[in-house]
Design a protein around this ligand. Structure first.
Ligand code: SF4
Length: 407
């Protein structure tokens, strides 16, 4: 399902006690052994030994092993997992099916929550953006995008999550790209963004998850894959990977590593230009992985997973939005099992402007005439700075200058 422009990373536009238990705390990466993340893997994300990791970092099988090492039966791990990922408990005491001794051990070994809500911004169109703080003070963003109506409730809820605090890839049009990379997020810091999108105790449940917030998800692949596995665990949240979309600006080797995980997640390629000269100007990563290599990897991903790849294309006035660009894009994708999402740009102060609606429609008409399916995303959350990185940037300006209001 198409998501809205508010969610697109590439639009720019997109404890308890602090005691340790050596049998519980692991400093090693778990789940996958992925060597090509561009920043440190999540378990190396600068968590000093005296700071317990969030328990939401752990898969069920990891918790079972850790509980067994403590002499507790493995089924306790299932109770803990259900409490964390199904009931979203907010205190250790709320895990009432556990003996007090197990709760105390857990509280000494783990943090219960990975994130704190710093601010909530709700748009007139009901898009909601959360500004969230990590344990070490980094600010990240997640966006909730309701769509359609079913009675008094939205028919669908999509949540857009961040995978890194900041981003190293420096796309020219992106607010996050101007910040640089602070660090990778841990799996728990990713999954909790999803849970925070649900109304506490309420009926609203997330229908789609898109990794299109701050950061390049495939540069933090081990944590992203771990988060998908945690979200999918039936004992917990039980979220189908088929309703998860992972976007990339084009880390070609990691695309095939993602395909190797056996997870049927959708892949979205942030393309944004139909030729290497323009794409390299907009997205420096293209100098390392040019369009031909990227399309070949996307095609291989589609064949391996059986899932059609979508291509994101942010419409930048006077830059990539002329009809010859549309014809060149159609030529590139004509023989791919592809779908193009044209994204109205949310202006970020980076010097780019949004393409007027009628020119986006003309661009779309060229693609369709050439047999390339495409959609035009609804523009959402403009009044709350909903493009990725905008809210964090504004919050930092606010911190520096108390006279300015946020949103
Ligand atoms: S890859 Fe990074 S810099 Fe590029 S659009 Fe995504 S978040 Fe922004």
């Amino acid at each position: 399902m198409p998501v809205d422009s508010a969610s697109i990373h590439a639009t720019g536009a997109c404890a308890g006690d602090r005691g340790e238990h050596p049998a519980v705390i692991s400093s090693q990466p778990t789940g996958t052994d992925l060597k090509h993340d561009t920043a440190a893997p999540y378990a190396d994300a600068a968590i000093p030994p005296h700071v317990p990791p969030p328990i939401t970092d752990r898969r069920l099988d990891e918790l079972e092993a850790e509980l067994l090492a403590l002499g507790a039966p493995a089924y306790r791990a299932r109770q803990i997992f259900a409490g964390l990922h199904r009931r979203h408990v907010r205190s250790w005491d709320a895990l009432t099916d556990l003996p007090r001794s197990v709760r105390e051990t857990l509280a000494g070994a783990f943090r219960l929550s990975a994130l704190a809500v710093r601010d909530v911004h709700r748009s007139r169109d009901q898009t909601t953006k959360l500004l969230l703080a990590t344990w070490d003070g980094h600010l990240i963003e997640s966006v909730q995008i309701p769509a359609g109506r079913s009675g008094t409730q939205p028919a669908r809820l999509t949540v857009c999550v961040s995978s890194q605090a900041g981003c190293a890839l420096a796309c020219a049009f992106c607010a996050t790209g101007q910040m640089g990379l602070a660090r990778n997020l841990s799996p728990g810091e990713i999954v909790e963004q999803v849970y925070l999108a649900e109304e506490p105790g309420g009926p609203r449940r997330v229908d789609n998850i898109v990794f299109m917030g701050m950061g390049e998800p495939l540069a933090n692949l081990s944590a992203v894959v771990q988060a998908v596995r945690i979200l999918a665990e039936p004992t917990g949240y039980g979220f189908s990977p088929r309703r998860i979309t992972i976007s990339t600006s084009g880390l070609v080797p990691q695309i095939m590593r993602l395909a190797d995980q056996g997870l049927p997640v959708r892949l979205a390629i942030s393309l944004h230009a139909p030729n290497d000269e323009l794409r390299s100007r907009l997205m420096p990563i293209n100098r390392r992985y040019p369009i031909a290599d990227l399309l070949a990897a996307a095609h291989a991903y589609a064949i391996r997973t059986g899932r059609r790849v979508s291509y994101e294309y942010v419409m930048l006035d006077g830059t990539n939005d002329a009809l010859p660009h549309a014809r060149a894009l159609a030529q590139l994708l004509q023989h791919q099992p592809a779908h193009v999402n044209l994204i109205p740009y949310n202006e970020t102060g980076s010097g780019f402007r949004a393409t007027p609606r009628e020119r986006i429609e003309a661009f779309a008409a060229v693609l369709r005439a050439q047999g390339v399916p495409c959609s035009i995303r609804a523009s959402r959350g403009r009044d709350i700075a909903a493009a990725c990185g905008q809210l964090k940037a504004r919050a930092e300006r606010y911190d520096a200058s108390p006279g300015e209001r946020i949103a």
